[in-house]
Write a protein that binds this ligand. Structure first.
Ligand code: GLU
Length: 444
């Protein structure tokens, strides 16, 4: 059997780290098994889906390197969903319901007050033809529910192990709304059947859905695919991440925070698994290390500080040729020597612009009054030709002539030459600045 999986985002928002974890687990599994990866756009909600969000999904996936072998859009497949709907109706597994949202709400409140689970009471299932006609004559349009079997559904989840869900404790799910539009449940099953999906890998918020969908697969005459539900992400503090996910979009991390794709992918592949959280340079490395067996049952902690640390680590090892284009986009391409001088000091690539400006632009040197003479002396001692040894020669002479040492020797020079308290080794910064600029900054 060739593995075929899908990632099925809805184009109703930007992809965030939670979505990407699902996408990545599917993609890694597909590549580890030499299988295929389908990118499915779940755009049945025509009002909330937008072309811009859809384009964003494709752009983000491409930027991350999560390439797909096939793609499809649910909005192009309404005929297939209509056909499945007819089939379920003809088997009396899809039945019309006439309760208004308010009535359903009242029912649930009553059930809760009585200490009962808020499960749909199937009142509409028991209506006879006359009663239905009467309701329709009143102008009520039915929505349609799938009739669950009431059996216990068991599957061997590839991540969670054996799962048992008693469908007798669930409401019959609504598959078609009163206006004829589809909820997610049925189209997903129809697509998974028609596209021969072998494994459904998604977040554990879908576990209950899976029991329902397994019954729909069977009702439509298909064997359900294997299922795997991964724990959801939580925040570093152990709290819910769902509310903050809006700020953790792929686009935001890429465009605003200049986070590298491999930092995001490394973190998302490793958190909540038995592997240590470490940066990996390529997706192939992550594929080689992938296994569902490594995914823990506890939620995975997503810590933006950990992402930044992984990103910095990758940046410090990045050769100039791999970063040149991105530096140019940031107007911070100062050549290979510049890159090698600054890369160890970068928290993110955006910091390169700061150092580019310090070295190739103009700054306000920071000079304390007590250091004016000391810095003027430094300026006189600097040779016209700066070499790799100039910094150590300069500081040795200054030490001998002024008696300064340690911080009082080095800090005024760093502040005057860069305007910063911290930064790369001055021995490599000085040759990049050149004699004229350095002398000018040392003299007020
Ligand atoms: N569009 C669904 C979602 O984003 C897909 C769930 C699934 O993978 O079946 O929740």
């Amino acid at each position: 059997m060739t593995v075929k999986v899908r990632f099925a985002p809805s184009p109703t928002g930007k992809l965030h780290v939670g979505n990407i974890r699902t996408a990545l687990l599917n993609w890694l599994f597909a590549r580890a098994e030499q299988g295929s990866f389908l990118l499915r756009i779940d755009d049945t909600d025509l009002e909330r889906s937008t072309a811009a969000f859809e384009a964003g999904i494709f752009a983000d996936m491409q930027w991350l390197g999560l390439d797909h072998d096939e793609t499809m859009k649910q909005s192009a497949r309404f005929a297939a969903y209509d056909e499945a709907t007819q089939k379920l109706k003809s088997m009396s597994l899809l039945y019309p319901c006439y309760e208004s949202p308010e009535e359903l709400d009242r029912q649930r409140k009553l059930q809760r007050a009585q200490g009962k689970p808020p499960v749909y009471n199937r009142a509409s299932l028991n209506l006879d033809e006359k009663e239905k006609s009467k309701l329709e004559a009143e102008g009520r349009k039915p929505h349609w529910r799938f009739k669950l079997s009431g059996k216990v559904i068991v599957w061997n989840d590839v991540i969670r192990g054996e799962q048992k869900i008693d469908t007798g404790s669930l409401s019959d799910p609504i598959l078609v709304r009163a206006d004829g539009s589809y909820l997610y449940t049925l189209p997903s099953v129809v697509d998974d059947i028609d596209l021969s999906i072998t494994h459904i890998i998604r977040g554990e918020d879908h576990v209950t859905n899976s029991a329902t969908q397994i019954e729909i697969f069977k009702a439509l005459g298909s064997e359900p695919p294997a299922m795997g539900h991964h724990p959801l992400l939580i925040g570093a503090d152990g709290g819910k991440l769902s509310k903050r996910l809006g700020t953790l979009s792929v686009a935001g991390l890429r465009d605003e925070e200049q986070i590298d794709a491999m930092a995001i992918l490394s973190l998302l592949a490793k958190i909540g698994t038995s592997d240590p959280v470490e940066a990996r340079r390529t997706l192939d490395d992550l594929v080689a290390e992938f296994s569902f067996a490594k995914i823990a049952r506890a939620p995975a902690r997503f810590d933006p500080a950990e992402l930044k640390a992984l990103n910095a680590k990758l940046l410090h090892e990045t050769p100039y040729r791999d970063v040149r284009e991105k530096l140019a986009e940031l107007s911070a391409d100062g050549g290979e020597d510049f890159w090698l001088a600054i890369r160890d000091n970068l928290g993110s690539l955006a910091d390169a612009a700061l150092w580019y400006n310090i070295i190739f632009g103009t700054i306000d040197p920071v000079i304390a009054e007590d250091d004016v003479d000391f810095l003027a002396l430094a300026s006189r001692l600097l040779p016209e030709e700066i070499t790799d040894n100039s910094w150590s020669e300069l500081t040795s002479s200054l030490k001998a002539q002024t008696g300064r040492k340690g911080k009082s020797l080095f800090m005024p020079l760093r502040l005057a030459l860069t305007g910063q308290k911290h930064g790369p080794d001055m021995g490599v910064i000085l040759p990049l600045l050149g004699a004229d600029k350095a002398k000018a900054r040392l003299n007020i």
